[in-house]
Every structure is written in structure tokens, then in C-alpha cells.
Ligand binder design. Structure first.
Ligand code: IMP
Length: 173
């Protein structure tokens, strides 16, 4: 198992930013019931905490994607391994992601979701690594921009380990 490096974001920093994002989303969706789509597995802790800070009508659905393989880089090929339970046609949709790296996963997902005819489609991600982008993607709510380091914790993994950490850390190289 890879060893942890330094802490990039503390639990307090994360929770404070999640509160702000929740307030923003509450304001923007005040009279607009929406469905939050959590992208598994990485977004499970983030969406759980974020949802507790949202004070307006919402419901949940989940999708799981896999980028083939267990390394620390995306291969570019995206596979849906769990699809939504319900239709999103005519509904307001907020996709909740853990991290946008190359943008390939999100770009593919948004294409798939757009074809299903949502009333609106927005994106909220906890972490953004803009320096790694290969395709442009519009992100409506960003928790933190981070540099080009592989991070784990708060839902993010390395070979399925470390998702349970309440903070975000780098790995030792
Ligand atoms: P993208 O398609 O390159 O934007 O990658 C998105 C997915 O790759 C994320 O949803 C994560 O599952 C994974 N990923 C990208 N960077 C990291 C990282 O630093 N730590 C853990 N997972 C990552």
C-alpha cells in the first residue's frame, strides 16, 4: 500500500468550504427542485456532507464509472458500471464529482446525460486540477483548485484504499 505524504486539505478546511458550497447551491436552487447525481465511489463522502448543508428540495441518484485499470492516471476510456435508477428527462440535474483531472470522465458523462433531456445540467466538484485538463469542461461549483499531485482521502482512493480519511493528502513518491 502506498504511504501517505503531506496533508493538502485539513478536515476543517474541507468542512468549511462544503458549508459555503451548500449555501450557494441552496440559494441557486431555492425554487428549483433538483436531483443530485453522485458519481461513485469517489463522491460519496462529499455528497453526504454537502447534502446536509443544502436547505431546499432535492433528491439523489447515483452513477458509477470506471476508467479501466487501477493506476493513478486515467486511460481516457470511460465505462458506466452503474447507471441511474430514474429518468432525468425534464428535471434539473446537479452532477457531484470528487475531482476533475483530465476532464475525460466528466466530458463523457455530461454527453451521456445531456442526451437524456434534463431541464438543466450543472456540475459541482470538490477538487479541480486545471493544469491536467485534456478536454474543456464547464464546472459550476468548485471546492478547491489543487496542483498536479495525486491525492487521496475524503472519498478519493489509491487502489481502493484511503477513501475513509476525513482529510486529503498526497502520497509519498
Ligand atoms: P479525469 O477523467 O482524468 O478527469 O479523472 C477523473 C477521475 O479520476 C476522478 O473521478 C477520480 O476517480 C480519478 N482521479 C483523478 N485524479 C485523482 C487523484 O488525484 N486522486 C484520486 N483519484 C483521482
Amino acid at each position: 500500500m502506498a504511504e501517505l505524504g503531506r496533508i493538502i486539505l485539513t478536515e476543517q478546511q474541507i468542512q468549511s468550504r462544503v458549508r459555503d458550497l451548500g449555501n450557494e447551491i441552496t440559494r441557486d436552487y431555492k425554487n428549483t427542485p433538483f436531483v443530485a447525481i453522485g458519481i461513485l465511489k469517489g463522491a460519496f463522502l462529499f455528497l453526504g456532507d454537502l447534502a446536509k448543508q443544502i436547505d431546499t428540495e432535492m433528491c439523489f441518484d447515483f452513477m458509477a464509472t470506471s476508467s479501466y485499470g487501477r493506476g493513478t492516471t486515467t486511460s481516457g476510456e470511460v465505462r458506466i458500471i452503474k447507471d441511474l435508477d430514474d429518468s432525468i428527462e425534464g428535471r434539473h440535474v446537479l452532477v457531484v464529482e470528487d475531482i476533475i483531472d483530465t476532464g475525460l470522465t466528466l466530458n463523457y458523462l455530461l454527453e451521456v446525460l445531456r442526451k437524456r433531456g434534463p431541464a438543466s445540467l450543472k456540475v459541482c466538484c470538490l477538487l479541480d486540477k486545471p493544469s491536467r485538463r485534456q478536454v474543456p469542461v464547464q464546472i459550476d461549483y468548485v471546492g478547491f483548485e489543487i496542483p498536479d499531485v495525486f491525492v487521496v482521502g475524503y472519498g478519493l482512493d489509491c487502489a481502493e484504499v484511503y477513501r475513509n480519511l476525513p482529510y486529503i493528502a498526497s502520497l509519498k513518491t
